[in-house]
Design a binder for this molecule. Structure first.
Ligand SMILES: Cc1cc2nc3c(=O)[nH]c(=O)nc-3n(C[C@H](O)[C@H](O)[C@H](O)COP(=O)(O)OP(=O)(O)OC[C@H]3O[C@@H](n4cnc5c(N)ncnc54)[C@H](O)[C@@H]3O)c2cc1C
Length: 654
């Protein structure tokens, strides 16, 4: 082995990823005075966090009647009762302090001048039962800069960019039928310098984002979302949960090619009168602004599968009624432009002027956006692996996961604006938990296991073969959309499994040159392998979940009811190296609470229906008044309980 190619490093806490989660994890650990290393394959802080819309859930920000319990229950029931109660409670509990921390780090929200508080969105995002989504003028850039500033401000933090984390190094002790796992650090490929880093660390935090690149080009996310988090996690021994639950954002662009996949709007974009139509102009979904993302995506994909889709495999978001209303029409345009400015700009540029004025419907198609499933953790972000008994799991000592990498918070559906809160809450928690573990750990004193583990990666360099990893990636991405995308059947899932078995064998025949500096073929190989593992977890979980729920649409099965016993799917690697799929039953919310939730949901839909069915002169005046209130041009505040659409209570001012 060429000794120059290896660099030996040590730290207390090793963070994988420098997006929102990574930077919050860094802060949590660095504040404790520990030595932290953060590595990322993208340039520092470049991430989904940096390209996001910049809308974040802050409890009580738009409605003083909001509480921890209401927020926690909203997340849980919108997620079909699959989320873990302790995790949703932690989210609701920390949501305000986490946002204050981001502001202390330099994040600047748009301000409601009358109240001198952060502005919340004009209409609550689909599925939220309170107004609590705060916007930021420079969208994700505002978050990206804050994250960068956070990482570089600590002297005890070192960062490495253009570095691919390859494997969590660990040791295992067999105890009776179960094993204990302890983390020793990580192996990293530093592409820019052509080095392999052996980093000893008692605590490793997986903050390396999601998997949406499985569906490229039908995704609005960064290309680096190759499922590395989940592949690293499951290979380190972790359980993965709810991997079938992928969020497909309903209103993304299908054309032209340079805009394909990009975000055009949210359910709330549709405003009071927007509907979804199929190619025959038939309404396939009304009250769109009250719907969750999952409901909208499902309606579109069912029309597509039924042969009623738009030319590019989507449907039409028709907002023309909002626009043509005599009095309220002019306010709608102001609303449309200000609600999600960068999404609106994408739509106007891609679809043209008339569409920009909402004079014609927008062709929209779902895009892969977010993974609700992920690594099984507890509320302190400690990674869990199950024993023979799924309900008596063990902690993997020294391993933590947060942000999009973790599962358990959102279950079957994530409400808009909650991911930025997730990363702030759990990224920071991960930093604190990792610091605590590092303080309690004795240092591991040699690199022997690192050398042993590195051999399998070393053998990938200089691999002679006829196949190219980047081409196989493209094949895999197409198969993922067709078979484990937003419309699934048992037949498609089985096709996917056999494709995955084949492509796994193809890995042996991939060509990788013997070059240490920026070896793109090596990188493609590693990412392809992670994508295969992750796609296998998604497929296996999708077969286990034999009903439609949330982000998992089974065209060949019924939709599961909120009244049935909720369970998460659990995937783990069995002793024989196969992927095992199990049901992990969740604590069910009391019947009374579910009924209350359902009634308030029905009530909101009923109010929307009444509004639509009133004579136009009356509904137009009501809507005009609403816009005046939510756009801040009317001093009258709508009273709680009036017909206001999304939140069912006071409409916040923008
Ligand atoms: C267009 C868009 C708009 C959005 N808008 C919103 C919004 O308004 N509100 C909201 O709440 N959410 C929004 N989201 C979702 C949200 O932005 C993301 O879910 C969130 O930022 C994920 O944060 P993260 O830190 O977990 O991952 P990321 O921010 O994606 O960071 C992942 C990091 O891991 C690194 N990494 C990955 N693999 C490896 C590896 N093998 N080795 C080393 N490093 C690795 C990457 O380089 C990166 O630094 C949006 C997402 C998109 C794409």
């Amino acid at each position: 082995m060429n000794s120059n190619e290896i660099e030996y490093l040590e730290c207390d806490v090793l963070v994988i990823g420098s997006g929102g989660t990574g930077s919050q994890a860094v802060q949590g650990a660095a504040e404790e005075g520990l030595k932290v290393i953060v590595i990322s394959k993208d340039p520092m802080s470049s991430s989904d966090t940096k390209i996001c819309e910049g809308v974040i859930t802050v409890r009580e920000s738009g409605d003083t009647t909001d509480t921890k319990e209401i927020l926690s229950e909203n997340i849980k029931l919108a997620g079909a009762d699959l989320p873990d109660n302790k995790i949703t409670a932690a989210f609701a509990n920390d949501s305000k302090s986490a946002y204050d921390r981001l502001r202390n780090n330099g994040l600047r929200p748009s301000i409601n001048k009358e109240k001198n508080t952060p502005k919340t969105l004009a209409i609550a995002m689909g599925g939220h039962n309170k107004s609590r989504s705060v916007g930021h003028k420079n969208s994700g850039i505002a978050f990206g800069h804050t994250n960068w500033d956070t990482i570089i401000k600590y002297k005890n933090v070192n960062y490495y960019e253009d570095c691919w984390f390859l494997e969590v190094v660990k040791k295992e002790f067999q105890k009776n039928n179960n094993k204990d796992i302890e983390v020793l650090g990580g192996l990293i490929y530093d592409a820019a310098r052509g080095k392999i880093l052996f980093i000893k660390a008692p605590s490793v935090i997986i903050a390396s984002g999601g998997l949406s690149s499985l569906y490229f080009p039908k995704t609005d996310t960064m290309r680096g979302n190759t499922g590395d988090s989940y592949a690293l996690g499951i290979q380190a021994g972790a359980d993965l949960i709810d991997m079938e639950q992928i969020q497909f954002l309903p209103f993304c662009l299908a054309s032209p090619p340079s805009y394909e996949g990009l975000l055009a709007g949210e359910p709330s974009t549709a405003s009071f009168l927007g509907v979804l139509r199929d190619k025959n102009k038939k309404i396939i979904l009304d009250s769109v602004y009250l719907r969750t993302r999952a409901e909208c995506s499902e309606a579109i994909m069912r029309a597509v599968e039924d042969g009623r889709g738009s030319p590019n495999g989507g449907a039409f978001l028709d907002m023309t009624k909002n626009m043509s209303a005599p009095k309220s029409g002019k306010y709608f345009m102001k609303y449309l432009k200000s609600a999600l400015p960068s999404a609106y700009n994408n739509a106007r540029q891609a679809l043209g002027k008339e569409a920009g004025k909402a004079e014609i419907p927008w062709e929209v198609r779902p895009s892969a956006h977010y993974s609700m499933g992920g690594i099984r953790v507890d509320e302190y972000t400690r990674v869990i692996h199950s024993t023979e008994n799924l309900y008596e799991p063990k902690i993997i000592k020294g391993l933590f996961a947060a942000g999009q990498a973790m599962g358990g918070l959102f279950g079957a559906n994530r409400l808009g604006s909650t991911s930025l809160t997730e990363l702030a809450v759990f990224g920071y928690r991960a930093g604190k938990s990792a610091a605590k573990n590092a303080n309690q750990s004795t240092k591991h004193n040699n690199y022997d296991i690192f050398h042993e583990n590195y051999m399998k990666f070393k053998n990938i360099f200089n691999k002679k073969g006829k196949l190219k990893a980047y081409k196989l990636k493209l094949d895999l991405q197409k198969k993922c959309w067709d078979n484990i995308g937003p419309a699934r059947t048992e037949k498609k899932l089985k096709i996917m499994l056999s494709f995955l078995n084949k492509i796994e064998k193809d890995l042996k025949s991939i060509n990788v040159p013997n070059e240490m500096i920026w070896n793109q073929q090596f990188i493609d190989f590693i990412e392809l392998k992670n994508m295969i593992i992750t796609a296998k977890a998604v497929t296996t979980a999708s077969l286990k979940r034999d009903k439609s729920v949330g982000g998992h649409v089974r065209l060949d099965k019924k939709t599961s009811s909120l009244f049935s016993k909720p369970y998460s799917t659990l995937i783990k690697i069995n002793k024989n190296n196969s992927f095992g799929a199990y049901k992990l039953f969740r604590k069910k919310t009391s019947l009374k609470r579910i009924i209350n939730y359902k009634i308030s949901e029905k009530f909101r839909f009923m109010k929307a229906k009444i509004l639509r069915s009133l004579p136009e002169s009356i509904s137009d005046s009501i809507i005009e008044n609403k816009y005046k209130n939510i756009l801040g041009t009317n001093k009258t505040i709508i009273k709680p309980g009036s017909i206001d659409g999304a939140s069912g209570d006071k409409v916040n001012q923008i």
